[in-house]
Design a protein around this ligand. Structure first.
Ligand SMILES: NC(=O)c1ccc[n+]([C@@H]2O[C@H](COP(=O)([O-])OP(=O)(O)OC[C@H]3O[C@@H](n4cnc5c(N)ncnc54)[C@H](OP(=O)(O)O)[C@@H]3O)[C@@H](O)[C@H]2O)c1
Length: 293
């Protein structure tokens, strides 16, 4: 029977991948691994580990694991490594692929809103400001958040990841470069600020999007609602409701006051689910379906 292993089982993403894989209908044998566990030969390994751990594990596992799905950002920009959201670009996985990267959670929320519109509008640029949950920083940040005196309590902190030489953070650059890679749009502009807010779970984005054509708001809502795992809500929806849900939610769509080629909207979704574990489960389902039957 096909074997699927979760590496990093005790982390936030690892635990959520475990719950997600229990939903998979195709039969397979599940194995889980924590720090210091010996990893045997596997058909599929889901690496729920930080960058340095994934960087060390991938070359070690290369000869004994057929497909590796990595949740970290270590290999996302490596040429030949597909960066996959199954609703958008599963075709980038082939029988010769060995390593598949699962995208940054915040970028996932943005591209889920872009992809349904792409066949009908020439999208040229997006601006977003993120409102990112504490759980996006894993167990350590959650512990920090629950410690009295935490910087994150009752606050918003405009720094996620590390500040690069150009002044942008690593998280902001993921918003730009991962969007380009997933969508296959090397010149698409993404301008962003990424901010950590005192919300325990579920990320949000305020997005401004520009196209070459005038937007038809009713058509945009219809396109979003027709897309798998994406829901447009009239009224508002907040991260509190999105937490624990598999759908990505959009609300507050409106045309720009002066330019009909610009729309503004709010996106909210569970960063541990569609932003990580659910996306990982969908990739595993795709692999089981296409390469193990
Ligand atoms: N959190 C999110 O919303 C999110 C979204 C998208 C992507 N990601 C990415 O997913 C990865 C995991 O994130 P997380 O939030 O789950 O972090 P986390 O809660 O800190 O979990 C990381 C886990 O890796 C384990 N680990 C460390 N070294 C290991 C080794 N050599 N072998 C096996 N396991 C090892 C740790 O073990 P111990 O328990 O022993 O410390 C810990 O359980 C990161 O790369 C992160 O950037 C996270």
């Amino acid at each position: 029977m096909t074997t699927v292993g979760i590496i990093g089982i005790n982390g936030k993403v690892g635990q959520n991948v475990l719950a997600q894989l229990k939903k998979v209908k195709t039969p397979f044998e599940l194995k889980t691994f924590g720090r210091n566990d010996e990893i045997p030969a596997l058909d599929i390994a889901v690496l729920c580990t930080d960058n340095p751990v994934s960087a060390a594990l991938v070359p070690q596992l290369k000869n004994r694991v057929k497909f590796m799905v990595d949740m970290s950002s270590e290999f996302r920009q490596t040429p030949g490594v597909p960066l996959v959201i199954p609703e958008i670009n599963p075709h980038t996985i082939t029988a010769h692929t060995q390593l598949i990267a699962s995208p940054n959670c915040t970028t996932t929320g943005l591209v889920m809103s872009l992809a349904p519109l792409a066949p009908f509008y020439h999208l040229t640029e997006a601006f977003f400001c993120s409102y990112q949950a504490i759980s996006g920083g894993g167990k350590k940040l959650l512990d920090d958040f629950h410690t009295p005196g935490s910087l994150y309590a009752n606050n918003c902190v405009p720094l996620i990841g590390s500040v690069q030489a150009n002044g942008h953070t690593s998280e902001e650059l993921k918003g730009l470069y991962e969007t380009r890679k997933i969508m296959g749009w090397p010149h698409f502009k993404v301008y962003c600020h990424t901010v950590r807010v005192a919300v325990e779970n579920a990320h949000s984005l305020g997005v401004t999007l520009k196209a070459q054509e005038n937007f038809d708001l009713d058509q945009v809502k219809k396109l979003w609602n027709a897309w798998p795992n994406l829901v447009y809500k009239e009224g508002i929806i907040t991260p509190k409701e999105a937490s624990g849900q598999e759908d990505t939610f959009i609300c507050r769509l409106r045309a720009d006051v002066e330019d009909p080629k610009i729309i503004h909207y709010f996106v909210t979704f569970d960063n541990l689910l569609k932003g990580a574990a659910m996306n990982g489960r969908q990739i595993v389902e795709y692999l089981l379906e296409h390469f193990f039957k």
